[in-house]
Design a protein around this ligand. Structure first.
Ligand SMILES: Nc1ncnc2c1ncn2[C@@H]1O[C@H](COP(=O)(O)OP(=O)(O)O)[C@@H](O)[C@H]1O
Ligand SMILES: [Mg+2]
Length: 315
């Protein structure tokens, strides 16, 4: 049984201009102790997929279709109150901007201890001891000093470590990390990624890791799904996607990452990922606004692409 199973998820915004299908038929699963990466450009629906898991929704937002199972329970049918109980206990989230998760008016000590006392029901002595353990786990130098500081007194890398410590406070089964290192410079980013991998090993946490950066995903993920226009266009083990990408959109992401030039046709055409030169596959049924469920074509073990096989005339 998978720890997280998302089936045919549709998450919509009702706006004055009509319905925005931010997530439009997404299916994936995440196994215990594994990291699943979600990649795709800005606006492809990565964050809204993650927000749907705990229904961290705006007023005009809803799950229009689909189910989400976590640890054997259908959490997509849970109330906000029930989900609140899961959040911070079994599922933790970290975001790009630590300042959105840390409260500016409280010290690091207060925030960590509060989380521990609330969720883990620890008394204050045990909570303080655990706070130090967590700060040590995320390799914060000089914890006696840091613990007394307010979020604005911390550097970007340091506040991200504190946020990870907060996320780990309750030993979650699932950590959802949405662009957690995007705001950091490359050296700090590398340290944080290494730290997350170590913590994953230590606590056997499953991670849903969202990024637009293939370099980051290559260091973090076991498997990856590629999103475009609210849909998954390709999914594969990480090595396979680098070796053997099939979807024209995935190929373009790869090319941009590897900085190799793909054959560019006219600018307009180059942006139409669905009119590919692929001999075998037709990608055109699954344009981002289409409601059609893709026929998943299997390329390899656990490697699927959203396409239909082209009908070749018999000669
Ligand atoms: N507040 C909103 N109101 C209406 N549509 C929204 C809102 N927030 C996001 N969307 C829609 O959801 C899509 C996916 O957004 P998001 O999941 O945040 O993208 P990503 O995280 O991949 O950059 C956006 O392209 C946009 O169309
Ligand atoms: Mg996002």
């Amino acid at each position: 049984m998978s720890l997280l199973q998302v089936n045919n998820l549709h998450t919509y915004f009702d706006t004055r201009r009509g319905t925005v299908k931010a997530v439009n038929g997404v299916t994936f699963s995440l196994e215990e102790g594994k990291t699943l990466g979600i990649v795709g450009e800005s606006g492809s629906g990565k964050s809204q997929t993650a927000m749907s898991i705990l229904k961290l929704f705006q007023k005009n937002q809803r799950i229009a279709n689909g189910t989400i199972y976590f640890d054997g329970e259908e959490i997509s049918s849970f109330s906000k109150k029930e989900l609140l109980n899961i959040r911070g206990n079994e599922i933790s989230m970290i975001f790009q901007e630590p300042m959105t998760s840390l409260n500016p008016v409280f010290t690091v000590k207060y925030q960590l201890m509060e989380a521990l006392q609330l969720h883990q029901k620890l008394d204050s002595k045990a909570a303080l001891a655990r706070t130090y353990e967590l700060l040590e786990a995320v390799k914060i130098p000089n914890p006696e000093r840091v613990i007394k500081q307010y979020p604005h007194q911390l550097s970007g890398g340091m506040s991200q470590r504190v946020m990870i410590a907060m996320a780990l406070a309750c030993s979650p089964k699932l950590l959802i990390a949405d662009e957690p290192t995007t705001a950091l410079d490359v050296i700090i980013q590398a340290e944080i990624l290494k730290l997350m991998n170590e913590l994953k090993e230590k606590f056997n946490t499953s991670i849903l890791f969202i990024t637009h950066d293939l370099g980051v995903i290559s260091q973090m993920a076991d498997d990856v799904i590629v999103m475009y226009g609210g849909k998954i266009v390709e999914s594969a083990p990480i090595k396979e996607i680098f070796k053997n990408a099939q979807h024209p959109y995935t190929k373009r992401l790869m090319a941009a990452f590897l900085r190799t030039d793909i054959k560019q046709r006219s600018t307009n055409e180059a942006l139409d990922f669905y009119s590919s030169e692929n001999e075998q596959f037709d990608f055109s049924n699954f344009r981002e606004n289409a409601d059609a469920d893709p026929d998943w074509i299997q390329i390899n073990d656990n490697h699927y692409v959203a396409a239909t096989l082209k009908q070749h005339p018999v000669s």
